[in-house]
Design a protein around this ligand. Structure first.
Ligand SMILES: N[C@@H](CCC(=O)N[C@@H](CS)C(=O)NCC(=O)O)C(=O)O
Ligand SMILES: [Zn+2]
Ligand SMILES: [Zn+2]
Length: 223
């Protein structure tokens, strides 16, 4: 069923299943071709020229996919939380970026407000069901349906919004995962140094408070 669904989509080849792998590969090629970029790896457009602080009073806005017509629109009725850079292979990244920038919002504050028929689930086996546009490949939101410490929170990319004021990225997660996508392990020093220079602590999992939250949930479940 899932495979049949995927086949009918223009963008859904094996490339979309590994959509972020494709953009990571583009980022890596750029990194090696451009000698000036060698000590300044292309992290993400929201990170590369320094982080702009969000507005704590910001009340939300709209996310739009990259399609020029029949654009998928998602409305968020509040600001996001735990915004962070993620180097994992599953989170959507814009072309040329090594990292995704991803945040959470309670699922009752997220509504698909236009062209939701273009959305499909990228990997129905993953904990986070990422709903992507079949035409442009952009991930509009990720939702957890299974029992999970983060169930009830949806995952979103605020760069898809024109509004300003979204919470700024707080830390960098799954940094070493970019190596799994082909990035040279020997250049990780440059990546970690650049993340630190813009004020992001780097982790190879989630941040300690989020890891503690996951572990507490697991301990409670065991008990
Ligand atoms: N090293 C792995 C890490 C994947 C991973 O565990 N990603 C985290 C951060 S987004 C996660 O919670 N994944 C759950 C999911 O993708 O459903 C990769 O890069 O693919
Ligand atoms: Zn689209
Ligand atoms: Zn991720």
């Amino acid at each position: 069923m899932a495979t049949a669904l995927i086949k009918k989509h223009k963008y859904a080849s094996s490339a979309i299943l590994a959509g972020s792998l494709v953009s990571a590969a583009a980022a890596i090629t750029h990194y090696y071709k451009n000698s000036a970029a060698r000590s300044s790896p292309p992290l993400h457009p929201l990170l590369d020229s320094g982080i702009k602080k969000g507005d704590p009073k910001f009340a939300g806005g709209k996310l739009r996919c990259h399609c020029a017509s029949r654009t998928v629109e998602v409305t968020l009725d509040g600001n996001v939380a735990h915004n962070h850079a993620c180097g994992c292979s599953k989170c959507w990244k814009p072309e040329g970026a090594l990292f995704s920038v991803v945040a959470v919002i309670p699922r009752d504050q997220l509504r698909v407000t236009a062209n939701g028929d273009k959305l499909f689930v990228v990997d129905d086996k993953a904990a986070i069901q990422r709903h992507a546009c079949e035409e442009c490949g952009v991930h509009m939101y990720g939702r957890i349906e299974a029992e999970h410490p983060f169930k009830g929170l949806d995952f979103v990319h605020v760069e898809l919004s024109e509004e300003k004021g979204w919470q700024e990225p707080q830390f960098a997660a799954f940094v070493s995962s970019i190596i799994e996508q082909g990035f040279d392990a020997g250049k990780m020093g440059d990546v970690r140094a650049k993340l630190k220079s813009i004020g992001l602590e780097t982790f190879d999992s989630l941040s300690p408070p989020l890891m503690d939250l996951i572990a507490s949930w697991t301990a409670e479940k065991k008990a």
